[in-house]
Design a protein around this ligand. Structure first.
Ligand SMILES: NC(=O)c1ccc[n+]([C@@H]2O[C@H](COP(=O)([O-])OP(=O)(O)OC[C@H]3O[C@@H](n4cnc5c(N)ncnc54)[C@H](O)[C@@H]3O)[C@@H](O)[C@H]2O)c1
Ligand SMILES: [Zn+2]
Length: 340
Protein backbone atom coordinates (compact mmCIF):
# COMPACT_ATOMS: atom_id res chain seq x y z
CA UNK A 1 0.00 0.00 0.00
CA UNK A 2 1.49 3.44 -0.89
CA UNK A 3 2.27 5.68 2.08
CA UNK A 4 -0.29 8.31 2.96
CA UNK A 5 0.91 11.89 3.17
CA UNK A 6 -0.27 14.52 5.61
CA UNK A 7 0.33 17.70 3.63
CA UNK A 8 1.15 20.56 5.94
CA UNK A 9 3.94 22.42 4.14
CA UNK A 10 7.24 22.09 6.01
CA UNK A 11 5.48 19.98 8.67
CA UNK A 12 4.29 17.34 6.17
CA UNK A 13 4.86 13.70 7.07
CA UNK A 14 4.14 10.24 5.83
CA UNK A 15 1.90 7.66 7.44
CA UNK A 16 2.83 4.06 6.79
CA UNK A 17 0.16 1.36 7.03
CA UNK A 18 1.88 -1.98 6.66
CA UNK A 19 1.47 -5.40 8.23
CA UNK A 20 4.79 -6.27 9.86
CA UNK A 21 6.09 -2.66 9.78
CA UNK A 22 7.37 -3.08 13.35
CA UNK A 23 9.76 -5.80 12.16
CA UNK A 24 11.18 -3.42 9.59
CA UNK A 25 11.19 -0.32 11.76
CA UNK A 26 14.69 0.84 10.70
CA UNK A 27 13.44 1.19 7.12
CA UNK A 28 11.08 3.85 8.42
CA UNK A 29 12.64 5.59 11.43
CA UNK A 30 16.04 7.16 12.03
CA UNK A 31 17.13 5.49 15.27
CA UNK A 32 20.91 6.03 15.28
CA UNK A 33 20.70 8.55 18.12
CA UNK A 34 19.29 8.81 21.63
CA UNK A 35 15.72 7.54 21.56
CA UNK A 36 13.18 7.80 24.36
CA UNK A 37 10.75 4.93 23.78
CA UNK A 38 7.54 5.49 25.75
CA UNK A 39 4.99 2.75 26.27
CA UNK A 40 2.60 1.49 28.94
CA UNK A 41 2.25 -1.74 30.89
CA UNK A 42 -0.91 -2.76 29.04
CA UNK A 43 0.84 -2.73 25.65
CA UNK A 44 2.50 -6.12 25.03
CA UNK A 45 6.19 -5.48 25.67
CA UNK A 46 7.28 -7.26 22.48
CA UNK A 47 6.27 -4.13 20.50
CA UNK A 48 8.50 -1.68 22.35
CA UNK A 49 11.27 -4.31 22.54
CA UNK A 50 11.31 -4.57 18.75
CA UNK A 51 12.02 -0.86 18.54
CA UNK A 52 14.46 -0.71 21.46
CA UNK A 53 16.52 -3.50 19.89
CA UNK A 54 17.07 -1.33 16.80
CA UNK A 55 18.06 1.91 18.57
CA UNK A 56 21.67 3.02 18.98
CA UNK A 57 21.00 4.58 22.43
CA UNK A 58 17.57 3.52 23.69
CA UNK A 59 15.92 4.71 26.92
CA UNK A 60 12.73 2.77 27.62
CA UNK A 61 9.99 4.23 29.82
CA UNK A 62 7.09 1.93 30.70
CA UNK A 63 4.29 3.78 32.46
CA UNK A 64 1.14 2.44 34.10
CA UNK A 65 -1.74 2.32 31.66
CA UNK A 66 -4.89 4.46 31.71
CA UNK A 67 -6.03 8.04 31.19
CA UNK A 68 -4.90 9.08 34.71
CA UNK A 69 -1.31 8.79 33.48
CA UNK A 70 -1.80 11.55 30.90
CA UNK A 71 -0.89 13.94 33.69
CA UNK A 72 1.69 16.61 34.67
CA UNK A 73 3.59 14.14 36.89
CA UNK A 74 4.24 11.65 34.08
CA UNK A 75 4.95 14.50 31.64
CA UNK A 76 7.63 15.85 34.00
CA UNK A 77 8.99 12.34 34.44
CA UNK A 78 9.59 12.07 30.67
CA UNK A 79 11.33 15.47 30.63
CA UNK A 80 13.48 14.35 33.56
CA UNK A 81 14.51 11.18 31.72
CA UNK A 82 15.62 13.28 28.77
CA UNK A 83 17.54 15.91 30.76
CA UNK A 84 19.22 13.28 32.95
CA UNK A 85 20.41 11.41 29.88
CA UNK A 86 21.61 14.45 28.01
CA UNK A 87 19.06 14.46 25.19
CA UNK A 88 19.60 17.32 22.74
CA UNK A 89 17.75 18.74 19.73
CA UNK A 90 18.96 15.92 17.47
CA UNK A 91 17.48 13.13 19.58
CA UNK A 92 13.92 11.82 19.43
CA UNK A 93 10.89 10.36 21.21
CA UNK A 94 8.93 7.32 20.02
CA UNK A 95 5.45 6.58 21.39
CA UNK A 96 4.45 2.90 21.31
CA UNK A 97 0.90 2.63 22.59
CA UNK A 98 -2.61 4.03 22.38
CA UNK A 99 -3.79 7.63 22.48
CA UNK A 100 -2.74 8.12 26.09
CA UNK A 101 0.92 7.37 25.38
CA UNK A 102 0.82 9.22 22.03
CA UNK A 103 -0.67 12.41 23.51
CA UNK A 104 1.68 12.40 26.52
CA UNK A 105 4.92 11.48 24.73
CA UNK A 106 4.02 13.84 21.88
CA UNK A 107 3.59 16.73 24.31
CA UNK A 108 6.93 15.94 25.96
CA UNK A 109 8.61 15.90 22.52
CA UNK A 110 6.84 19.13 21.55
CA UNK A 111 8.13 21.04 24.57
CA UNK A 112 11.57 19.52 25.26
CA UNK A 113 14.09 22.07 23.94
CA UNK A 114 11.15 23.70 22.09
CA UNK A 115 10.54 20.55 20.09
CA UNK A 116 12.49 17.42 19.15
CA UNK A 117 11.60 14.72 16.61
CA UNK A 118 8.57 12.68 17.50
CA UNK A 119 7.54 9.36 15.93
CA UNK A 120 4.21 7.76 16.70
CA UNK A 121 3.70 3.99 16.58
CA UNK A 122 0.02 3.67 17.55
CA UNK A 123 -1.11 0.29 18.85
CA UNK A 124 -4.87 0.68 19.43
CA UNK A 125 -7.36 0.99 16.57
CA UNK A 126 -8.48 4.35 17.97
CA UNK A 127 -4.95 5.72 17.94
CA UNK A 128 -4.22 4.27 14.49
CA UNK A 129 -7.21 5.95 12.85
CA UNK A 130 -7.49 9.09 14.91
CA UNK A 131 -5.16 10.29 17.66
CA UNK A 132 -1.75 9.49 16.11
CA UNK A 133 -2.39 11.76 13.14
CA UNK A 134 -3.12 15.46 13.20
CA UNK A 135 -0.64 16.78 15.76
CA UNK A 136 -2.82 17.28 18.81
CA UNK A 137 -0.70 16.54 21.88
CA UNK A 138 -1.85 17.12 25.43
CA UNK A 139 -2.12 16.18 29.07
CA UNK A 140 -5.09 16.46 31.43
CA UNK A 141 -5.04 19.03 34.25
CA UNK A 142 -7.34 20.42 36.92
CA UNK A 143 -10.14 18.02 36.10
CA UNK A 144 -10.12 18.95 32.40
CA UNK A 145 -9.12 16.56 29.64
CA UNK A 146 -6.47 17.77 27.18
CA UNK A 147 -6.43 21.26 28.70
CA UNK A 148 -2.64 21.68 28.46
CA UNK A 149 -1.10 20.84 25.11
CA UNK A 150 0.11 21.98 21.75
CA UNK A 151 -0.22 21.33 18.07
CA UNK A 152 2.94 19.43 17.22
CA UNK A 153 3.11 17.17 14.20
CA UNK A 154 4.98 13.84 14.33
CA UNK A 155 7.85 13.26 11.89
CA UNK A 156 6.30 9.94 10.86
CA UNK A 157 3.48 7.60 11.90
CA UNK A 158 3.96 3.83 11.63
CA UNK A 159 0.81 1.75 11.66
CA UNK A 160 1.23 -2.00 11.92
CA UNK A 161 -2.24 -3.59 11.90
CA UNK A 162 -0.70 -6.82 13.26
CA UNK A 163 -0.56 -5.28 16.74
CA UNK A 164 -4.36 -5.15 16.83
CA UNK A 165 -4.40 -8.95 17.30
CA UNK A 166 -3.68 -8.48 21.01
CA UNK A 167 -6.19 -5.68 21.52
CA UNK A 168 -9.33 -6.67 23.42
CA UNK A 169 -12.70 -6.58 21.66
CA UNK A 170 -14.02 -3.63 23.63
CA UNK A 171 -11.02 -1.44 22.77
CA UNK A 172 -11.28 -2.52 19.13
CA UNK A 173 -14.94 -1.49 19.08
CA UNK A 174 -13.98 1.96 20.43
CA UNK A 175 -11.77 2.43 17.39
CA UNK A 176 -14.70 1.36 15.21
CA UNK A 177 -16.85 4.06 16.84
CA UNK A 178 -14.35 6.73 15.70
CA UNK A 179 -14.26 5.21 12.20
CA UNK A 180 -18.06 5.25 12.03
CA UNK A 181 -17.91 8.89 13.21
CA UNK A 182 -15.67 9.86 10.29
CA UNK A 183 -17.60 7.91 7.67
CA UNK A 184 -21.04 9.05 8.91
CA UNK A 185 -20.15 12.73 8.96
CA UNK A 186 -17.75 13.02 6.02
CA UNK A 187 -17.51 9.98 3.74
CA UNK A 188 -20.79 8.47 2.54
CA UNK A 189 -19.08 6.10 0.14
CA UNK A 190 -17.08 4.42 2.92
CA UNK A 191 -20.10 4.43 5.24
CA UNK A 192 -22.24 2.70 2.60
CA UNK A 193 -19.53 0.15 1.91
CA UNK A 194 -19.17 -0.73 5.58
CA UNK A 195 -22.94 -0.66 6.11
CA UNK A 196 -23.65 -3.04 3.25
CA UNK A 197 -21.42 -5.49 5.10
CA UNK A 198 -18.91 -5.77 2.31
CA UNK A 199 -15.83 -7.39 3.81
CA UNK A 200 -13.33 -4.62 4.27
CA UNK A 201 -9.81 -5.65 5.26
CA UNK A 202 -8.54 -3.82 8.32
CA UNK A 203 -5.84 -1.99 6.31
CA UNK A 204 -8.50 -0.58 3.99
CA UNK A 205 -10.66 0.49 6.91
CA UNK A 206 -7.70 2.28 8.52
CA UNK A 207 -6.68 3.86 5.22
CA UNK A 208 -10.18 5.15 4.47
CA UNK A 209 -10.54 6.64 7.96
CA UNK A 210 -7.11 8.26 7.77
CA UNK A 211 -7.96 9.78 4.39
CA UNK A 212 -10.87 11.57 6.08
CA UNK A 213 -8.64 12.74 8.92
CA UNK A 214 -5.90 13.90 6.50
CA UNK A 215 -8.37 15.79 4.34
CA UNK A 216 -9.89 17.57 7.32
CA UNK A 217 -6.61 18.38 9.12
CA UNK A 218 -4.77 19.55 6.00
CA UNK A 219 -7.58 22.06 5.41
CA UNK A 220 -7.79 23.22 9.04
CA UNK A 221 -4.78 22.18 11.12
CA UNK A 222 -5.54 24.37 14.17
CA UNK A 223 -9.29 23.66 14.39
CA UNK A 224 -10.60 27.08 13.52
CA UNK A 225 -13.54 25.57 11.65
CA UNK A 226 -13.77 22.39 9.59
CA UNK A 227 -11.68 20.22 11.98
CA UNK A 228 -14.52 20.50 14.50
CA UNK A 229 -16.37 17.93 12.36
CA UNK A 230 -14.18 15.32 14.07
CA UNK A 231 -16.04 16.18 17.27
CA UNK A 232 -19.23 14.57 15.94
CA UNK A 233 -20.72 12.70 18.90
CA UNK A 234 -18.16 14.14 21.30
CA UNK A 235 -20.14 16.87 23.11
CA UNK A 236 -22.68 14.46 24.54
CA UNK A 237 -20.01 11.73 24.48
CA UNK A 238 -17.72 13.66 26.83
CA UNK A 239 -20.63 14.42 29.15
CA UNK A 240 -21.52 10.72 29.33
CA UNK A 241 -17.86 9.87 29.94
CA UNK A 242 -17.84 12.19 32.98
CA UNK A 243 -21.10 10.77 34.32
CA UNK A 244 -20.20 7.12 33.77
CA UNK A 245 -16.76 7.62 35.38
CA UNK A 246 -18.60 7.99 38.71
CA UNK A 247 -20.39 4.64 38.31
CA UNK A 248 -19.15 1.04 38.63
CA UNK A 249 -20.01 0.35 34.97
CA UNK A 250 -17.71 2.99 33.53
CA UNK A 251 -17.91 3.38 29.76
CA UNK A 252 -14.91 3.85 27.47
CA UNK A 253 -14.46 6.98 25.33
CA UNK A 254 -15.51 5.34 22.04
CA UNK A 255 -18.59 3.84 23.68
CA UNK A 256 -19.70 7.29 24.86
CA UNK A 257 -19.03 8.76 21.40
CA UNK A 258 -21.23 6.01 19.94
CA UNK A 259 -24.22 7.11 22.03
CA UNK A 260 -23.31 10.79 21.49
CA UNK A 261 -23.48 10.41 17.71
CA UNK A 262 -27.00 9.02 17.88
CA UNK A 263 -28.09 12.07 19.89
CA UNK A 264 -26.80 14.39 17.15
CA UNK A 265 -28.10 12.65 14.05
CA UNK A 266 -31.30 12.98 12.00
CA UNK A 267 -33.90 10.22 11.73
CA UNK A 268 -32.53 8.21 8.79
CA UNK A 269 -28.87 8.71 9.66
CA UNK A 270 -29.63 7.63 13.23
CA UNK A 271 -31.17 4.36 12.05
CA UNK A 272 -28.15 3.47 9.93
CA UNK A 273 -25.54 4.54 12.48
CA UNK A 274 -27.35 2.55 15.18
CA UNK A 275 -27.28 -0.60 13.05
CA UNK A 276 -23.54 -0.27 12.53
CA UNK A 277 -22.89 0.41 16.22
CA UNK A 278 -24.86 -2.70 17.13
CA UNK A 279 -22.74 -4.75 14.75
CA UNK A 280 -19.68 -3.89 16.86
CA UNK A 281 -21.49 -4.35 20.19
CA UNK A 282 -21.26 -0.65 20.93
CA UNK A 283 -23.88 0.87 23.27
CA UNK A 284 -26.76 2.78 21.71
CA UNK A 285 -28.36 4.17 24.87
CA UNK A 286 -27.42 5.34 28.35
CA UNK A 287 -29.39 6.03 31.52
CA UNK A 288 -28.72 9.14 33.59
CA UNK A 289 -30.47 12.02 35.31
CA UNK A 290 -31.19 15.24 33.42
CA UNK A 291 -29.43 17.14 36.19
CA UNK A 292 -26.20 15.17 35.84
CA UNK A 293 -26.28 15.63 32.08
CA UNK A 294 -26.78 19.37 32.43
CA UNK A 295 -23.91 19.66 34.93
CA UNK A 296 -21.62 17.61 32.72
CA UNK A 297 -22.44 19.76 29.66
CA UNK A 298 -21.72 22.92 31.68
CA UNK A 299 -18.25 21.49 32.43
CA UNK A 300 -17.49 21.36 28.67
CA UNK A 301 -14.51 23.62 28.02
CA UNK A 302 -15.94 24.47 24.60
CA UNK A 303 -19.06 25.87 26.25
CA UNK A 304 -19.13 29.64 25.74
CA UNK A 305 -21.87 31.71 27.34
CA UNK A 306 -23.96 28.61 27.91
CA UNK A 307 -23.93 27.61 24.22
CA UNK A 308 -21.95 24.81 22.62
CA UNK A 309 -21.14 24.41 18.93
CA UNK A 310 -22.20 20.87 18.06
CA UNK A 311 -21.93 18.77 14.90
CA UNK A 312 -25.24 17.53 13.51
CA UNK A 313 -25.55 14.82 10.85
CA UNK A 314 -29.02 14.84 9.29
CA UNK A 315 -28.00 12.67 6.33
CA UNK A 316 -25.02 10.33 6.08
CA UNK A 317 -21.95 12.12 4.72
CA UNK A 318 -23.29 15.63 5.42
CA UNK A 319 -22.66 17.66 8.54
CA UNK A 320 -23.65 21.03 9.97
CA UNK A 321 -22.31 23.05 12.89
CA UNK A 322 -25.00 24.40 15.21
CA UNK A 323 -24.80 26.52 18.34
CA UNK A 324 -27.03 24.99 20.96
CA UNK A 325 -27.94 25.72 24.54
CA UNK A 326 -27.61 22.93 27.09
CA UNK A 327 -31.39 22.53 27.14
CA UNK A 328 -31.52 22.19 23.35
CA UNK A 329 -28.81 19.53 23.47
CA UNK A 330 -30.68 17.66 26.20
CA UNK A 331 -33.78 17.82 24.03
CA UNK A 332 -31.86 16.23 21.13
CA UNK A 333 -30.87 13.39 23.46
CA UNK A 334 -34.49 12.38 24.09
CA UNK A 335 -35.28 9.07 22.46
CA UNK A 336 -31.63 8.00 22.69
CA UNK A 337 -30.80 8.52 26.38
CA UNK A 338 -33.03 7.29 29.19
CA UNK A 339 -33.30 10.54 31.11
CA UNK A 340 -34.51 10.26 34.69
N1 LIG B 1 -4.59 13.61 19.87
C1 LIG B 1 -5.77 13.39 19.34
O1 LIG B 1 -6.10 13.91 18.28
C2 LIG B 1 -6.71 12.45 20.03
C3 LIG B 1 -7.85 11.99 19.36
C4 LIG B 1 -8.66 11.06 20.00
C5 LIG B 1 -8.33 10.60 21.27
N2 LIG B 1 -7.21 11.09 21.90
C6 LIG B 1 -6.83 10.61 23.23
O2 LIG B 1 -6.54 9.23 23.14
C7 LIG B 1 -6.72 8.64 24.41
C8 LIG B 1 -7.42 7.32 24.26
O3 LIG B 1 -6.63 6.48 23.46
P1 LIG B 1 -6.87 4.89 23.40
O4 LIG B 1 -8.29 4.62 23.20
O5 LIG B 1 -5.90 4.37 22.43
O6 LIG B 1 -6.58 4.43 24.90
P2 LIG B 1 -5.28 3.96 25.69
O7 LIG B 1 -4.06 4.61 25.18
O8 LIG B 1 -5.59 4.12 27.12
O9 LIG B 1 -5.21 2.41 25.33
C9 LIG B 1 -6.23 1.56 25.75
C10 LIG B 1 -5.70 0.30 26.45
O10 LIG B 1 -5.21 -0.60 25.46
C11 LIG B 1 -3.92 -1.10 25.84
N3 LIG B 1 -3.23 -1.40 24.59
C12 LIG B 1 -2.69 -0.53 23.71
N4 LIG B 1 -2.29 -1.19 22.61
C13 LIG B 1 -2.53 -2.49 22.80
C14 LIG B 1 -2.34 -3.67 22.01
N5 LIG B 1 -1.86 -3.61 20.76
N6 LIG B 1 -2.70 -4.85 22.53
C15 LIG B 1 -3.25 -4.93 23.79
N7 LIG B 1 -3.49 -3.87 24.56
C16 LIG B 1 -3.13 -2.65 24.07
C17 LIG B 1 -3.33 0.02 26.67
O11 LIG B 1 -2.35 -0.47 27.55
C18 LIG B 1 -4.55 0.55 27.40
O12 LIG B 1 -4.76 -0.20 28.57
C19 LIG B 1 -7.47 9.64 25.26
O13 LIG B 1 -6.58 10.21 26.20
C20 LIG B 1 -7.91 10.70 24.27
O14 LIG B 1 -8.00 11.99 24.83
C21 LIG B 1 -6.41 12.00 21.29
ZN1 LIG C 1 -12.82 10.59 20.23
Amino acid sequence: MPDLLMELGKDSYSIIIEKGALERITEHLFLSRKVLVVTDKGVPSEYSKKIVSKCAHPFLVKLDSGEQNKCPKKYLYLLKKMTENGFDRHDCVVAVGGGVIGDLAGFAAATYMRGIDFYNVPTTLLSQVDSSVGGKTAIDFGGYKNIVGSFYQPKKVIIDPEVLKTLDKRQFACGMAEIIKMFASYDKDSFDKLYSNKKMPIEELIERALKVKIDVVSKDEKESGLRKVLNFGHTVGHALECISAETPSMLLHGECVAVGMLCMSGKDAKKQIKKLLERYNLPTTFECSKKDLKNALAHDKKSKTGEISVVKVENIGKFEFKNKTHDEIINDCKGVLKLL
